[in-house]
Design a binder for this molecule. Structure first.
Ligand code: FE2
Ligand code: FE2
Length: 151
């Protein structure tokens, strides 16, 4: 991952175990939202999420490390999706749950709160809405970037 600024450095400092992994290499080959890749989408969402954290600096108590790990992992189960999931609907429903499993492999001491960040990033599809600021931030970053991905 190229380090362009302080945001990238912070992301790398927290996320190196995943960023330097073979899975992340594979994410560069996995298409996502038609014209991007899981890797590019993931990095864009994480950068956006950190920018949103910065926006709330001094206004809201939030755990930046949880936001970064949640953002980096939120779509990791999308890698190899066609071998794992029968169709797009199943993919939408199952990838948040499976991404939690992947997150736990890379971040063994992960705060349990990260699980909800990942599980609820697809809300309203997840039915249960986010309850923490960190969950809302990753959801918001994912929506912003996803719209840019498809436009
Ligand atoms: Fe997703
Ligand atoms: Fe996403």
């Amino acid at each position: 991952m190229p380090i362009n600024d302080e945001i990238d450095q912070e992301i790398y400092d927290v996320g190196a175990p995943l960023i330097d992994s073979r899975l992340m290499q594979k994410a560069k080959e996995q298409t996502h939202h038609g014209k991007t890749t899981v890797y590019d989408h993931t990095i864009a969402v994480t950068r956006e999420a950190v920018r949103i954290c910065d926006h709330y600096r001094g206004q809201k108590e939030l755990n930046r490390e949880n936001v970064i790990i949640g953002a980096l992992c939120h779509d990791m189960a999308m890698v190899g999706r066609s071998e794992k999931y029968r169709n797009n609907f199943i993919t939408c429903i199952r990838h948040p749950k499976d991404s939690v499993i992947i997150a736990k492999e890379f971040f063994v001491d992960m705060d349990p709160a990260v699980k909800k960040i990942i599980r609820r990033h697809m809300w309203p599809l997840s039915l249960v809405p986010p309850t923490s600021v960190e969950e809302w931030i990753v959801l918001r970053a994912d929506k912003i970037v996803s719209v840019k991905d498809v436009m």
